[in-house]
Design a protein around this ligand. Sequence first.
Ligand SMILES: Nc1ncnc2c1ncn2[C@@H]1O[C@H](COP(=O)(O)OP(=O)(O)O)[C@@H](O)[C@H]1O
Ligand SMILES: [Mg+2]
Length: 239
Amino acid sequence: MTAKTLLKVAGLKVSYGGIQAVKGVDFEVHEGELVSLIGSNGAGKTTTMKAITGGLAANAGDIFYLGKPIKGQGAWDLVKQGLVMVPEGRGVFTRMTITENLQMGAFIRNDKAGVLADIDKMFALFPRLKERRDQLAGTMSGGEQQMLAMARALMSQPKVLLLDEPSMGLSPIMVDKIFEVVRDVSAQGVTIVLVEQNASRALAIASRGYVMESGLITMTGKGKDLLSDPKVRAAYLGE
Ligand SMILES: Nc1ncnc2c1ncn2[C@@H]1O[C@H](COP(=O)(O)OP(=O)(O)O)[C@@H](O)[C@H]1O
Ligand SMILES: [Mg+2]
């Protein structure tokens, strides 16, 4: 039995002015998967994620979420439908406390008791956030802000969570923690698209992976198969 397709991108093209950053990308994500998208800096990964989640207009192609076309829909509408991105650079509300950031993540929900229970769940998943619940987000380290950004996204109860370079710029211990949490969240049933330059870590936890180069998908396969592929090892794992 094949799992349900939650997200499907077909022939996606995105330009900045006259420069085409995404040149015809196809990929799909099935229910329960953890799909990693790897590729060098400038390959077009962030552009692809922004086009999917309503932050950039596509020039061509189709985007289907839960079987329906979503091209042109705004980020807010998509969050309401369970398609949520944690952007590169995190984007937490720096002048709000941890708790206020988590409450903002639940802005689409009306179930107050459920929201409070989920804040407790986030504090269990990220004890560091609990310790600092009343601290302003802007005063936390990069790793702590990444944890907060992920927790805030989870507060909206996503079906599909897109994470754009969650490990970027973090210390090795924080990188470990972030990959551990990504795996936990996936194990809890959230479908994940993980964009990463840390190819070895991202492919090691992925059900499937895609390699993006110069605006195109050039390889795809099971995470483990890509990880052992000589071309991937040469280009992305420094071998
Ligand atoms: N706001 C922008 N204006 C013009 N060019 C951009 C902009 N953002 C990204 N680009 C270009 O688009 C290409 C893809 O960038 P990006 O999607 O950020 O790649 P990645 O996330 O894989 O590092 C790069 O050549 C980059 O320089
Ligand atoms: Mg990027």
